[in-house]
Ligand binder design. Structure first.
Ligand code: GDP
Ligand code: GDP
Length: 455
């Protein structure tokens, strides 16, 4: 394919870059005010405010993409919670637990100026139980004089404390080198050891849409708490449920049933939980309460699953309560509010009556099939050739940029690299995506398209 002005190395590099699998996940946990958000800002290399000055401000974004020494990974920030709602130990434990579950490695941040507190010790116990690799960050070591404070943290029994100043950047590079050593290349728990095992489903949606009702309905008597099956997994919050003759793993179901009702901070916990579940899953079933207007929160949850690159099914629940008028408006709302997942299989269900429960599994299977679709290069280029001939890119400044060739660099979700002779406009990219979907299906999956322009 190294024709038309691209050299082999350039093409291979682009394919490798676009073809990366799902990214490993790093969780940053610790007590409030130890500097977690400051550190996350530094890791993701953005100065823009992850740190909120206003107490009580809840964030809905908890995962960020980062890159260090040429390796990409995701960071889960747990800085956005409210310390007064549960009591400090319970709060720290709750947020750390979700984050650790979803993580492939953990940075545990301790304030070296304060030293180890009882709450820190509680987190250490959680970390031990989880058994994930941990890098201990002794933060707020702004100068050499603080190094002695850091050394005291050997007492936590987590190995070497890394003296860091998240605020000024001191020591963060060395610490990130250690983080990369600890992080697997790919998220092991989701895509490594799980390969060949039961497929992983995250059931997500805002509070009260009916997640726990649906889980109970589909599980019926078949429910097996994974925890009780020795050796299946060390994760006590996933459940194996047999549906349609196949065993599925519903991840983070404890998050669904353990109904911690919080006032302040509830949105944040819900976001963290959703992010954690999505990270662990291959397919997200997004539950929407069809009896109510589709909300911004519904859209955010959908966006999380799309951005994480998961297969997606949208289930409209409480269908038993809908009258004709509501059904009419719902269809309009779906068009205007959920256009970003117009490609996702849809089921209209009722967790109460059991309506259309049997349609859930086929929808999930469809989405997973789309997610794993690989288009052979020959077929893709035949398609691109016809498309470009029939619908050329508009002429700009006397030139006509052309798609020269393309290849699918990866799956889960499908990722394409297109090589072009000039800048390809957003509208034309969207057109290509639409045509790719018409041609090859990709039902239930986001697709990524990156374009390389010949220099
Ligand atoms: P979080 O609650 O753990 O996310 O903590 P934040 O990142 O919000 O930081 C809490 C406070 O500690 C803020 O005022 C930060 O500016 C400060 N801080 C964070 N890192 C450092 C550091 O390395 N040195 C110093 N001196 N202050 C820091
Ligand atoms: P969760 O917060 O998403 O887990 O939601 P729940 O499963 O606790 O459900 C919230 C409320 O909606 C409960 O009162 C359920 O009985 C009710 N509910 C859930 N599914 C349905 C449904 O399909 N139809 C009706 N009418 N009510 C439902």
């Amino acid at each position: 394919a190294a024709d038309e002005g691209f050299d082999v190395e350039e093409v291979e590099g682009a394919i490798e870059e676009a073809g990366h699998g799902p990214l490993p996940v790093l969780a940053v946990v610790g007590r409030p005010n130890v500097g977690k958000s400051t550190l996350v800002n530094r890791i993701i290399g953005r100065r823009e405010a992850v740190v909120e000055d206003k107490p009580g401000v809840t964030r809905d974004r908890v995962t960020y993409e980062a890159e260090w020494a040429g390796r990409r990974f995701k960071v889960v920030d747990t800085g956005g919670w409210e310390q007064d709602v549960l009591g400090i130990d319970a709060s720290v434990a709750a947020q750390a637990e979700y984050a650790i579950e979803a993580a492939d490695a953990v940075v545990f941040v301790v304030d070296a100026k304060v030293g180890a507190t009882d709450t820190d010790e509680a987190v250490v116990r959680l970390l031990r139980k989880a058994g994930k690799p941990v890098v201990l960050c002794a933060n707020k070591v702004d100068g050499p004089s603080g190094e002695a404070d850091a050394a005291y943290l050997w007492s936590l029994g987590l190995g070497e404390p890394h003296p860091v100043s998240a605020l000024h950047g001191r020591g963060t590079g060395d610490m990130l080198d250690r983080v990369l050593e600890a992080l697997p290349e790919a998220p092991a728990q989701t895509f490594g050891t799980a390969v060949g095992g039961p497929r992983r489903i995250a059931l997500i949606g805002r509070p009260n849409v009916g997640k726990s009702s649906l889980l109970n309905k589909v599980a019926g008597e078949e429910r097996v708490v994974v925890n009780e099956l020795a050796g299946t997994t060390r994760d006590p919050v996933d459940e194996l449920i047999e549906l349609g003759g196949v065993t599925w793993k519903f991840v983070d179901t404890a998050g669904i049933r353990k109904r911690v009702h919080l006032q302040q901070g509830a949105d944040y916990y819900a976001s963290l939980r959703t992010a954690a579940a999505v990270e662990k899953a291959e397919v997200a079933v997004v539950l929407i309460d069809a009896s109510e207007s589709i909300s911004v929160q519904d859209q955010r949850i959908v966006t999380m699953a799309v951005e994480a690159g998961r297969a997606i099914v949208v289930a409209y629940n409480k269908w038993d309560t809908l009258d004709e008028e509501r059904r009419y408006y719902l269809e309009r709302e779906i068009e205007t509010e959920l256009g970003q997942v117009a490609w996702a299989p849809r089921v209209n269900v009722s967790a109460t009556t059991g309506r259309h429960m049997e349609k859930l599994v086929p929808a999930i299977e469809t989405a997973l099939a789309g997610w794993e679709t690989r288009v052979p290069t020959g077929r893709l280029n035949a398609f691109l050739g016809e498309l470009v001939a029939a619908h050329p890119h508009p002429v700009r400044g006397g030139k006509q940029p052309r798609i020269l060739f393309g290849t699918q660099a990866g799956t889960k979700p499908p990722r394409f690299v297109l090589f072009a002779s000039g800048f390809i406009e957003a509208g034309y990219r969207r057109f290509i995506e639409r045509r790719l979907r018409e041609e090859f299906g990709f039902e239930g999956t986001p697709i990524h398209i990156s374009v390389r322009v010949r220099e």
